[in-house]
Design a protein around this ligand. Structure first.
Ligand code: ZN
Length: 1039
């Protein structure tokens, strides 16, 4: 790979150019090396005007970092007692900070290593007799794949052999000639679905690079773009290893048919399978209680059903990490290029059997915090001096214990009230905030919800306005309320609009609602204060009256133009006047073309796809909306946008404010009440009832040696440390990248504390604290062992989706491939036992990473296809930015569940199968869901009795095309299928519209594009081809 100028750590590089220098022979000088994320802005906004700085609110959760001296001196000793900041408690009594106490981990290191080595060679993952094959006799023979061994007994938390050799070259004889292999992935059933290769490339997979300094620069006919693409791409996360030239093809699709070495067909069933990994974890950890008492332990997968017992670290429902063992040094991090990040979902929903967070109230004193770094009292504070002082686990500062908080220590040095205080014994809890944590030092008001309905022609004609008004009558009865409160404290208000805005006075004393029109949309103001935001229960009669009247009032409208930015502005002004935070529910059908601030025009241009300017399709229009986002965040105004477009609406711009205010964007193309009404209402109900916090500001603190450097989410950043969110609900997650400042200590580990200051739905100001402790190691093996692929893919998806705002798609795809190959090659080089280069050896924790990376590269935003709608791509991009680990996992690997052969009497759900067309059978019925779309696929030979049972028609031919719900039939199969669908709809954050597709019917292609192991419909490789390609890259890196 030196040929390609791959520069990382000494073992790989021939030339070892320095960070800035570049001496490789690529035929071109260096472009500006990019560090971090492609040189893109780490935040969405530039530095704020000083006037924008948030007041005392910011200072609460967002205090300045500790003095530099302490950041860089891990051994600073305030008490002169111990060399380490936070001595680990004695093993016998330790709840935290101790390494895992499994037999495995208590072995002496040498023994451990031996065991790992021997387990590596078990090779018993694959079916068949081959346990440990002899090394291939020729380097050109087959490419046996190695994949995971089953977890060893008794070592549930951490598979012993972090690598998973599966060696069975003999088990998968070549099935296709090299030439056939070059044709692409597995055969597809149905109509030709192979699709074009990625536009802009001659062929999907560049073959082996031609010899010479040109590297991949001329990969063959059709390689578009300038020869020798110069732009350099840095890896996602992790320090920049050095310049990496791109492959012109950019998107591997199939093994090189022109220049590549002969490749043998791999056995599709033997390559690592996500469904198998999921099943395995469910089998081992499903139904069990996961205790969070061990530092750095790897939690069960997000797909596994398990309960959590908080024993000093936050539940994985709140925080997950890309790796639970940080490398001790920046050099190690650079060497492996494994991104270091934590994904925080501060309001994650907890199952009923888990305890909601405790609220700690210290009265007027407020929460106890370290004087220097302002970290909040937590299990990582070490009490000393008979309990009179405590040493901060984050910055080592020794603080006095306030008199009211004093408590004696027991013989173990632990406070005797340890178990009585959540902040001493739990990973997650809340503090009641004092006035100094409130805006202007005044108690905060309960939030308000404003429903803003576009009453232009389209929405009236489709029946949407009537539907919304009807639904609101029941929805408002179910507004969220504070725990234990009799009624909701949330105030409500109503606006309708087209080119002008109509405000309604719904004061309880009125007999009839009153309308006030504001037609000057350039200077938006709220024409009434009293009577606009009201208590629903008090004003119920007037509100019902209004909701009955609205559809009729505009029944004869001809107005088709709308405004948009003034609508949001009106909401912000209303909250300002009422001194509250809250949420706007905006129901809009079209692009705002009326003369007003924020007017938009159609700028969709498919000609830009696959050009340097493609990124502009994702970029929002600057100006009005940028300022509006800032205004919204400053006021705690979250915007939820429900779009009902029949054509392009410039979603990238319209979604800009929602995506910076913790809001959600929903889209219903060509909305019809009959087919989409219920789907939309499910979303609306879920959205209104979600648990949520308002006017939030989050700060992530770390122990010395590393820190949070970058943040991804539906957030706004005014500075480099304070994550501001107008609101944050139970489905929103912030992905936080971590980087080294200094060396981390294996002894003390690494600590993270996330503090979220927010206003509850009842108007209380609180701090929600989540703590996590990670292990640190100078052994790369330890790091690879504790990686979480699901978290890694969340980070990669968000960083790639942000990168495409500033970089050509093909660069971003290249980085994904390069970094994947690099991470796996580094493992092979440093952690795996010696074996033939032709064997693909993957770390157990990452064995399915290539499937996800390949799926990510084929996702709509990343694939340059003119067949995809620009709004659709922008929508998915924005949605993913706010997703947690579960949601990105499901999105990138949809569940494909066979329903035709299940046991209808069983409670259990049928097991999903690999997400590939290969498993579909002509007489089968399969359900596919990815959290956004849901399909019921029917094989063309589906038995009539099955069709009768589900649809109440005699055969497939009688099935109507546009059915969006299954009829309620009284037979076991129908009941079972409907209950499976209902439980999925219940479980997922968003509603999904059920689409029924028949094998070989035209709409089947919409379904096929979600079969992510197959070759992409709009370009992109099959999983098999991608893995082959990655393997080749790895081999090049190792030579
Ligand atoms: Zn501190």
């Amino acid at each position: 790979m030196s040929q390609q100028g791959y520069v990382a750590a000494p073992p790989y590089s021939q030339a070892q150019p320095g960070m800035g220098g570049y001496q490789g022979g690529f035929g071109a000088g260096p472009a500006q090396p990019l560090y971090g994320h492609y040189g893109g802005q780490p935040q969405a906004f530039t530095a704020p005007p000083t006037g924008m700085m948030k007041s005392p609110v910011s200072s609460a959760a967002g205090m300045p970092p500790p003095p530099v001296s302490s950041q860089y001196n891990p051994n600073i000793q305030q008490n002169g007692a111990h060399p380490q900041r936070y001595p680990a408690p004695p093993a016998a009594s330790s709840a935290y900070g101790q390494p895992p106490q499994s037999p495995y981990n208590s072995m002496p290191p040498a023994q451990q290593l031996t065991n790992q080595m021997s387990s590596m060679n078990l090779g018993n993952y694959a079916p068949g007799p081959m346990q440990s094959p002899p090394p291939p006799t020729s380097s050109v023979v087959q490419q046996p794949f190695q994949t995971g061994p089953p977890p060893t007994m008794g070592q549930q938390q951490m598979p012993p052999g972090p690598q998973t050799p599966l060696m069975h070259p003999q088990l998968s004889p070549p099935q296709l000639s090299p030439t056939s292999m070059a044709m692409g992935g597995p055969p597809m059933t149905g109509p030709p679905m192979t699709g074009p290769p990625m536009a802009g490339m001659g062929r999907p997979f560049p073959g082996s690079p031609p010899p010479g300094p040109g590297g991949f620069q001329q990969s063959g006919p059709g390689a578009a773009g300038p020869l020798g693409y110069q732009q350099q791409a840095g890896p996602f996360g992790g320090p920049m290893a050095g310049p990496q030239p791109g492959m012109p093809g950019g998107f591997p699709g199939a093994p090189g048919g022109l220049a590549g070495p002969p490749q043998k067909k791999l056995d599709a069933d033997s390559i690592p399978s996500i469904t198998q990994v999921i099943e395995e974890d469910q089998r081992i950890q499903g139904g069990k209680v996961y205790s969070t008492n061990i530092r750095g332990q790897v939690p069960p997968l997000v797909t596994t059903d398990f309960s959590v017992q908080d024993q000093g670290n936050a539940s994985p429902r709140f925080m997950r990490c890309t790796t639970n063992t940080l490398p001790c040094t920046a050099d190690l991090a650079k060497q492996c290029q494994v991104p270091l990040a934590t994904i925080i979902k501060p309001f994650a929903s907890l199952p009923k059997d888990e305890t909601p967070l405790y609220l700690v109230n210290h009265g007027e004193t407020g929460p106890i915090r370290c004087n220097r770094c302002k970290a909040y009292m937590c299990p990582y504070m070490q009490f000393i001096d008979g309990g009179r002082r405590y040493q901060c686990g984050f910055c080592s500062c020794v603080n006095e214990v306030p008199v009211f908080y004093f408590q004696h220590l027991d013989h173990m040095g632990r406070r005797v009230d340890f178990y009585e205080r959540p902040e001493l014994s739990l990973g997650s809890y809340e503090f009641a905030a004092t006035l100094e944590y409130c805006k202007n030092n005044k108690p905060s008001n309960p939030p308000a919800y404003i429903f803003m309905i576009d009453v232009s022609y389209n929405n009236i004609k489709s029946g949407l306005v009537k539907l919304i008004c009807e639904e609101l009558k029941t929805l408002l009865e179910n507004l969220p309320r504070e725990e234990g409160a009799e009624s909701s404290a949330i105030k409500v208000g109503f606006v309708t609009y087209n080119k002008v805005l109509h405000f309604y006075n719904v004061k309880s004393a009125l007999a009839q609602p009153q309308m006030m029109v504001v037609s000057d949309t350039a200077e938006m103001f709220v024409p009434l204060l009293d009577g606009f935001l009201v208590n629903y229960e008090e004003s119920r009669a007037v509100i019902f009256n209004l909701l009955d009247q609205i559809p009729d009032m505009f029944a004869d409208t001809n107005e088709s133009e709308t405004v948009f930015a003034p609508v949001i502005q009106a909401g912000v002004e209303a909250f300002k006047a009422a001194e509250c935070s809250g949420k706007l529910f905006i129901f809009q059908s079209s692009i705002p073309t009326a003369e007003a601030p924020g007017k938009l025009k159609n700028r969709d241009d498919k000609k830009l796809v696959n050009t340097e300017k493609e990124k502009t399709l994702f970029q929002p229009q600057k100006g009005v909306y940028e300022q509006l986002s800032k205004d919204c965040v400053a006021q705690g105004c979250c915007v939820d946008l429900f779009l009902f477009p029949s054509q392009y609406v410039d979603l990238a711009t319209m979604g800009d404010v929602p995506s910076h205010t913790g809001g959600s964007i929903y889209k219903y193309n060509n909305f019809q009440v009959e087919t989409d009404g219920e789907h939309f209402l499910r979303d609306l109900r879920k959205d209104v009832q979600k648990s949520i916090g308002f006017d939030a500001i989050m700060r992530v603190r770390t122990s010395t040696g590393f820190r949070a450097t970058d943040f991804f989410g539906a957030i706004h950043m005014n500075n480099t440390t304070d994550v501001e969110m107008a609101a944050v609900d139970c489905d929103k997650a912030v992905t936080v990248e971590l980087k080294h400042d200094d060396t981390l200590s294996e002894e003390t580990g690494a600590l993270i504390q996330c503090a979220l200051l927010y206003t509850t739905i009842g108007g209380q100001r609180r701090l929600r604290i989540h703590n996590a402790s990670l292990k640190c190691s100078s052994q790369l093996m330890e790091l690879y062992k504790s990686c979480e692929t699901d978290s890694l893919i969340n980070f990669f998806a968000k960083s790639a989706y942000r990168a495409i705002l500033n970089q050509p798609l093909k660069n971003v795809r290249e980085i994904l491939v390069n970094q994947t190959a690099h991470m796996l090659a580094c493992y092979r080089k440093n952690c795996a036992s010696p074996s033939a280069a032709s064997q693909l050896i993957l770390p157990s924790s990452m064995k399915v990473l290539p499937v996800y990376i390949n799926s990510l590269m084929k996702s709509a935003p990343m694939v340059g296809s003119t067949e995809l709608s620009t709004d659709e791509r922008a929508h998915l991009r924005l949605s993913v930015m706010a997703m947690g680990v579960e949601d990105t996992q499901l999105l990138l690997y949809p569940r494909l569940t066979p329903l035709h052969n299940m046991d209808v009497s069983s409670e259990a759900l049928p097991a999903p199968v690999r997400c590939s067309g290969e498993g579909l059978t002509d007489s089968g019925m399969f359900l596919l869901d990815n959290g956004h779309s849901m399909f019921l696929w029917l094989g063309q030979a589906s038995p009539p009795d099955l069709i009768q049972s589900i649809f109440n028609v005699p055969s497939l031919g009688h099935l109507q095309g546009h059915m969006c719900a299954l009829p309620e039939l009284d037979n076991p199969l129908s009941k079972k299928v409907r209950s499976i669908i209902d439980s999925l709809l219940e479980k997922r954050p968003n509603s999904m519209k059920l689409q029924i597709v028949k094998q070989r019917d035209k709409p089947e292609m919409f379904f096929r594009q979600f079969l992510v192991e197959d070759k992409g419909l709009h370009g992109g490789a099959s999983y098999m081809d991608f893995l082959t390609y990655v393997h080749k890259e790895i081999r090049q890196l190792l030579t």
